[in-house]
Design a protein. Structure first.
Lengths: 248, 377
């Protein structure tokens, strides 16, 4: 379970002054469900996920991740989550296997436990064919699979996906989405950030529309279409943002 | 890290290679000086039969050319065939006998070998003058010692370690200081700034490992690289000492001196690596990091260059020098190579460098625990 309450974050820009990236965001993500954070670029999705994963500290507000407070117990939060992003990288001079070993050890795994975890994620993400190749030599899709394997090596009950299909082709995106569905089926709590409507419609049980750092709507994709009186999620989304033709 | 060939080459191979290359260069210079390059002399035809001409022809490895005219001699000087052209007036020996003879030397002061040739000629002229004066004094029945009433005895008090190694003594501290710093140069921008740029720092920060542990672990790796580089430079020095034995520039390093060298290099490495690391932690990306590092390298280079020439300034024993970072190590290393390590200077240098290292580490820990380490606008 992820419970977010009035979470805020500001950055100080020497030229523009204070920038409020996230402004009193609240939502709840439940086990066995996928919550979609839907918003345009710069809406505050990544900042929210970074706060929830304790990589950056919240300005105001609180959040409980797996029952642990992100401000008071960040190490336990990090032990509980897996984080996959389109922008997180891999060590190019390590092979996929070495990369998994390294991160497994960082999560406290060793010996038979580590071998078992590596074998499990390799099967799950079909890594065997390139396990011994250097990460620098892998394709974008293969890298993303290794990246996911790195994030789930410790079998976390909560998964954060921050635009995980960015830059991937249709086939690679498809396998990532199937994997996210698999996480839900295993009863994990999944928070999935994206700006692609079709992914939200396919994957998300609950949707949080976030814009200019604030939550604009919270509910299911169907609820949003009904509430806005539109046929598609895209139109509902544009309505929530107050977009009119010619605004772009 | 060791899979990165740049690190292996930059930190381990380069210091060794450069020191040995430098030694080779010095022995080449020395052999060109002693091998007769400076004694290629033109004597305008006629002068070679004079007593001075004969004295010059007797100089070991001398090459004497005999151009017919002064113009021809100058041409030989200009094209580098000779280093100096000499015009010995006809009737030189008769003029010598009457007490006044004139010799004109043409040389090129912009060429070091030409200046050296002038010094050889000046010595030869001086020797000829002395021989003539001695002969006259003997004629008058006076002892030859009248010409040299003061007899100067010379006793070298230099330790055996330092004898014949003046050039090495001024260069080696500089090389060791430089490589303690530059050894980590090739890898430090990759360590934090590069990890931010590639997105791997975020994955590290997402693990349950504490940020302080990450910083200390990375700093330990960088220190190891800087230390390996510095030790590679020390090894280069020892090898250079062994190689230079044949060339007359012998350098002996006793166990006491080696201990002193290591006692100075260790805190220096700690300071350099923590300084480099704080820069990499602050920088947004590799490009920014390299720009900062270039500026920082000047702060290191200036005292390092000063340490190179400190032996000529006379300040190498000034009490305040102990407290100047880098420069104190320069002076201390020089003394250690001379076989007279100053342990009080080494102690102060150790404290000074470790204090700076501690300040840099504290800064790094503050930076890595802030959001700005990932998100800096």
């Amino acid at each position: 379970m992820v419970e977010v309450h009035e979470l805020s974050k500001s950055f100080l820009d020497p030229k523009r002054g204070e920038i409020r990236a996230v402004d009193r965001v609240s939502f709840t993500a439940k086990p066995g469900r996928i919550l979609g954070l839907l918003g345009v670029n710069g809406a505050g999705k990544t900042t929210t996920l970074r706060m929830l994963s304790t990589v950056i500290s919240p300005g105001h507000g609180t959040a409980l991740v797996g029952g642990f407070d992100i401000s008071k117990d960040p190490t336990r939060v990090r032990e509980t989550i897996g984080f996959v992003s389109g922008s997180t990288g891999l060590y190019g001079r390590l092979s996929a296997k070495e990369c998994l070993e390294y991160f497994g050890q960082l999560y406290g795994l060793s010996g038979a436990q580590l071998s078992e975890a590596m074998s499990l994620v390799s099967d799950q993400l079909n890594l065997h064919e390139f396990l011994n190749q250097l990460c620098d030599k892998l394709s974008t899709g293969q890298k993303q699979r290794v990246s996911i394997a790195r994030a789930i090596i410790h079998n976390p009950p909560i998964m954060f996906f921050d635009e995980p299909t960015a830059g991937l082709d249709v086939l690679a995106s498809q396998s990532i989405m199937e994997f996210i569905e698999g996480c839900r089926d295993q009863g994990k709590t999944v928070v999935f950030s994206t700006h692609i409507m079709s992914e939200v419609e396919r994957l998300c049980d609950d949707v949080v529309v976030i814009h200019e750092g604030q939550v604009r709507a919270f509910g299911s994709a169907d609820d949003m279409k009904i509430q806005s009186g539109t046929m598609t999620l895209e139109q509902a989304f544009l309505n929530l943002l107050g977009y009119e033709r010619g605004d772009a | 890290m060791l899979r990165d060939r740049r690190v292996l080459f930059g930190a381990l191979v380069m210091p060794l290679l450069l020191i040995l290359l430098m030694m080779k260069m010095f022995s080449l210079i020395e052999s060109s000086v002693t091998g007769g390059e400076a004694t290629k002399i033109a004597i305008v035809k006629g002068g070679e039969s004079s007593s001075l001409g004969k004295a010059l022809s007797a100089v070991p490895k001398a090459t004497i050319k005999l151009p017919k005219t002064v113009g021809e001699a100058k041409k030989l000087l200009a094209d580098g065939t000779v280093r100096l052209a000499l015009v010995i007036e006809p009737g030189f020996d008769a003029q010598m006998a009457s007490g006044h003879a004139k010799v004109q030397a043409y040389y090129n002061s912009s060429e070091p070998l030409s200046g050296l040739a002038l010094r050889i000629i000046e010595e030869a002229v001086s020797a000829t003058n002395k021989a003539a004066a001695t002969a006259k004094i003997k004629e008058k029945g006076l002892p030859a010692s009248v010409l040299d009433p003061i007899s100067l005895g010379k006793s070298d008090t230099a330790k055996p370690e330092a004898k014949g190694a003046e050039m090495l003594l001024s260069l080696l501290p500089y090389m060791i200081i430089l490589w303690s710093f530059y050894g980590g140069f090739s890898s430090v921008s990759d360590m934090m700034a590069g990890e931010k740029e590639r997105g791997t720092l975020e994955t590290l920060l997402l693990s349950p490992v504490g940020r302080n542990d990450i910083a200390v672990g990375k700093l330990a790796a960088l220190s190891l690289i800087c230390l390996a580089s510095a030790l590679s430079a020390v090894l280069g020095v020892v090898l250079a000492g062994m190689v230079s034995k044949q060339g007359g520039m012998e350098l002996k390093v006793s166990a006491n001196s080696l201990a002193a060298i290591i006692a100075m290099v260790l805190p220096l490495v700690a300071m350099f690596s923590s300084l480099l690391f704080v820069v990499s932690t602050w920088a947004k990306n590799m490009r920014e990091c390299q720009t900062y590092l270039t500026s920082v390298s000047f702060v290191v280079l200036i005292p390092a260059v000063l340490s190179n020439i400190i032996g000529f300034t006379g300040i190498d024993k000034a009490p305040w020098l102990k407290f100047v970072p880098i420069l104190n190590v320069g002076a201390g290393l020089r003394q250690a190579f001379m076989g007279v390590p100053d342990w009080s200077l080494i102690g102060v240098a150790l404290v000074v460098h470790l204090m700076i290292a501690a300040v840099c580490l504290r800064l790094t820990l503050r930076l890595i625990n802030k959001d700005q380490v990932l998100v800096r606008i």
